[in-house]
Design a protein around this ligand. Sequence first.
Ligand SMILES: NC(=O)C1=CN([C@@H]2O[C@H](COP(=O)(O)OP(=O)(O)OC[C@H]3O[C@@H](n4cnc5c(N)ncnc54)[C@H](OP(=O)(O)O)[C@@H]3O)[C@@H](O)[C@H]2O)C=CC1
Ligand SMILES: CC(=O)[C@H](N)C(=O)O
Length: 212
Amino acid sequence: MNQLKDEIADNYPEVDVVIKVADLSVSNEVYQLYETLKQYHIETWINNAGFGIHTMMKDEDTKRAQNMLHLNIEALTILSTLYVQDYANVEGTQLINISSAAGYNMAPTAVIYSATKFYVSSFTENLALELRENGAKMQAKVLAPAATESEFAKIANNDKDFDMDQAFDKYHTSDEMADFMLQLYDSDKIVGSVVSEDYSFVLTDNKFPYLG
Ligand SMILES: NC(=O)C1=CN([C@@H]2O[C@H](COP(=O)(O)OP(=O)(O)OC[C@H]3O[C@@H](n4cnc5c(N)ncnc54)[C@H](OP(=O)(O)O)[C@@H]3O)[C@@H](O)[C@H]2O)C=CC1
Ligand SMILES: CC(=O)[C@H](N)C(=O)O
């Protein structure tokens, strides 16, 4: 994090980077983190922290799975809710939650992870529609990456030498995914996702049917 901060300072000296440390799988720390940010005006909130576990259910480590539920679902829900309560009527604000292709498609060897990301997708789409229908100034959006180069696969597969080139015919670089996130940010659409056939990017409104 400090290295990244230095890189940003070198390239964008006008930007002031503040690092806050929290274990977001612990609910007290989630509330504490939000409290320490009250002094700032927060124009965009991105819930990016998350991890996956690639395993069969018969081999699932329930403690690790519980941490994943706390981080991927609970922390994201609490932080989204607090942010919406404070900023829903502030012009120009956006909440972006990071789901996954596995949040719209059931994924083999990822039964629990995929379910956490279905939660992220449906929670955020429903919230986006609630905000829109009630004339709120905030927009809520879902970014749903497919395989992307990062630490994710090493952690999910518990393999520090995990080779993306061997595992996937196609995947995105983190720069490509960050560019797509900016496209989603600039658009009025709700979901940014990846077409599984050719890995192209697509922006759409809600993908889940809506009862409203
Ligand atoms: N890469 C991929 O193929 C895909 C990723 N995603 C999603 O993208 C998001 C980002 O993952 P990605 O960048 O790829 O993976 P990384 O593993 O590289 O990054 C995960 C991030 O989450 C943070 N994090 C993990 N656990 C905690 C915790 N308990 N408390 C606070 N922060 C935590 C990590 O912080 P630290 O480094 O300090 O541990 C890190 O910044 C995740 O939500 C993931 O599910 C979705 C689809 C595909
Ligand atoms: C859908 C993906 O490819 C990603 N690695 C994930 O499991 O979220």
